[in-house]
Design a protein around this ligand. Structure first.
Ligand code: PLP
Length: 284
């Protein structure tokens, strides 16, 4: 049985409790981060902490734990649960108060929960065979740049993709791809340029997106940050997604149209290798 962390205590998962009055439960008033673990070490951890603080600032949430404490909790859970490959999930909510739309953050204790998930990340069916994508309308709220636990629509989009026989959904607003249901979306043009949507309130500033783009730029890969349509994506040489748990995940079809011969593309797989090598060098 896993050990999880809840508000200062390490407890068996079946004994972990959060109040029914927690605003995370009643109002999705909370934020989260997911960091990958490879060989027992955290990938891109400082960047995940920076984004946690940004999300907290945007919502006026208090982060009481220091970065050193948060790193120590991550490491303790990795060690107690013997995680070699997997993820650490960290969620922070505004805390517990009687149900009311208005809140007084200062009088509340933030809730902090962390748990681990052990699973293969380096060798997966997605990394070997790629994933199929279908497009789904993006009807999310206007602050998709904040990593909140308000994930019902991305879940529904993923279920819609599954019901259409695909692995995942790309969200489309005004004909333009915003991002994946839980990933950033990229295409590779015929002349090898990597294209991804620029940062704005419409997408999450992905940690993997940003790290990959800096590693790719350092190796001379050309990158264009611009919007692209779902039609352009279907015509692209290759497509892929980035996220903390998938790293660089090859896309082999979009709305039933095959890309790169229905196999993971060479540029994508090169970028996957670069990302894994470079991020492991910097792992905590
Ligand atoms: N976009 C969305 C909507 C996400 O939910 C995620 C990850 O969960 C990402 C992008 C990728 O972000 P990261 O690379 O930081 O995991």
């Amino acid at each position: 049985m896993r050990t999880v962390y809840v508000n200062g205590a390490y407890v068996p998962e079946n004994e972990a409790r959060v109040s029914v009055f927690d605003r995370g439960f009643l109002f999705a008033d909370g934020i989260y981060e997911v960091a990958a673990v490879i060989g027992g070490k955290l990938i891109d951890f400082p960047a995940h902490l920076n984004r946690l603080h940004r999300s907290a600032d945007e919502l006026g949430l208090r982060v009481d734990a220091s970065n050193e404490e948060l790193l120590a909790i991550h490491r303790e859970l990795i060690s107690r649960n013997g995680i070699s490959e997997g993820v650490v999930y960290m969620q922070m909510t505004r805390g517990v108060a009687d149900r009311d739309f208005a809140y007084d953050t200062d009088s509340m204790e933030p809730t902090l929960v962390l748990f681990t998930q052990s699973r293969p990340l380096l060798e997966t069916s997605t990394s070997k065979n790629g994933m199929s994508i279908v497009s789904v309308e993006d009807i999310r709220w206007g602050r998709c740049d904040i990593k909140t636990v308000q994930l019902l629509y991305p879940s529904m989009a993923k279920m819609e993709a599954r019901s259409r026989g695909a692995d995942d959904a790309w969200l489309v607003r005004d004909g333009m791809v915003t991002e994946g249901s839980s990933s950033n979306a990229f295409i590779v043009t015929g002349n090898g340029i990597i294209v991804t949507r620029p940062l704005s309130n419409a997408i999450l500033p992905g940690i993997t997106r940003s790290a990959l783009m800096s590693y790719a730029a350092a190796t001379g890969t050309r990158i264009a940050e611009r919007t692209f349509s779902i039609e352009e994506a279907k015509d692209a040489a290759e497509a892929f997604v980035t996220s903390a748990s998938v790293f660089v995940g090859p896309v082999i079809s979009i709305d039933g149209v095959e890309l790169s011969g229905g196999k993971p593309g060479p540029v994508t797989m090169g970028l996957r290798k670069t990302y894994i090598t470079e991020s492991l060098k910097r792992a905590n």
